[in-house]
Design a protein around this ligand. Structure first.
Ligand code: GDP
Length: 195
């Protein structure tokens, strides 16, 4: 999908800063380095919009990207980065929880996991948290270009069982290198945000 008009409108730490125009929002979450910025850039056909970070975990704010005045992508801080202090971790946790628990126009969360590995304990906690609050979730397994075709069935089973995935939630393999999964992820986003 091509959008000419994409703006980072606010990097918010407090609900008072959230946009007030009522557009639907899709949040994107995943541990640092999982490929979230690359996914956002791929979905929006941009380079370097959401910064691909060599210093994972640096983004400590909720970044609201206005997509052509139709919806927001809300880039959630990456979790599970060892160099972040316990205090910083608690602060992120608070920012994320406040958003997920209170935001009416948040229509769903795209949770990114690495297609090559079993979900981490942080991934499992995040997924459990989303299910506890009954947030519609799309699980996207990133970097699928790095695994062999033959490994996909095994990785699918591993991810579904490690997360104990709700049968209503979908799992999509994605690659920012080959663009695999681009259309499927967009279909989910459009359906959730009723575009
Ligand atoms: P973020 O910290 O979650 O925003 O992760 P980035 O998007 O910055 O990606 C982290 C690293 O993984 C970078 O070196 C990317 O080039 C690489 N990467 C991200 N997505 C893919 C992918 O689909 N395939 C491959 N091969 N590498 C990827």
């Amino acid at each position: 999908m091509q959008f000419s008009d994409i703006k980072l409108v606010i990097s918010a730490v407090d609900p008072k800063q959230y946009p007030t125009d009522g557009l639907p929002e899709i949040a994107l979450s995943g541990r640092s380095n999982v490929g979230k910025s690359s996914l956002i850039n791929t979905l929006l056909s941009r380079k370097g919009l959401a910064r691909t970070s060599s210093t994972p975990g640096k983004t400590q704010t909720l970044n609201f990207y206005n997509i052509a005045n139709r919806l927001y992508f809300v880039d959630v801080p990456g979790y599970g980065y060892a160099k972040v202090s316990k205090k910083q971790r608690e602060q992120f946790g608070h920012i994320i929880e406040t958003y997920l628990q209170t935001r009416k126009q948040m229509k769903g969360v795209v949770l990114l996991v690495d297609a090559r590995h079993a979900p981490t304990s942080d991934d499992v906690s995040m997924y459990n948290y989303l299910k506890y609050y009954e947030v519609p979730t799309l699980v996207v397994a990133t970097k699928v270009d790095k695994i062999k075709r033959g490994q996909r069935v095994k990785q699918t089973k591993l991810i579904i069982s490690a997360l104990d995935m709700d049968p209503n939630d979908e799992l999509i393999f994605f690659s920012s290198e080959t663009k695999e999964g681009h259309d499927a992820v967009w279909r989910w986003i459009e359906q959730r945000s009723q575009l």
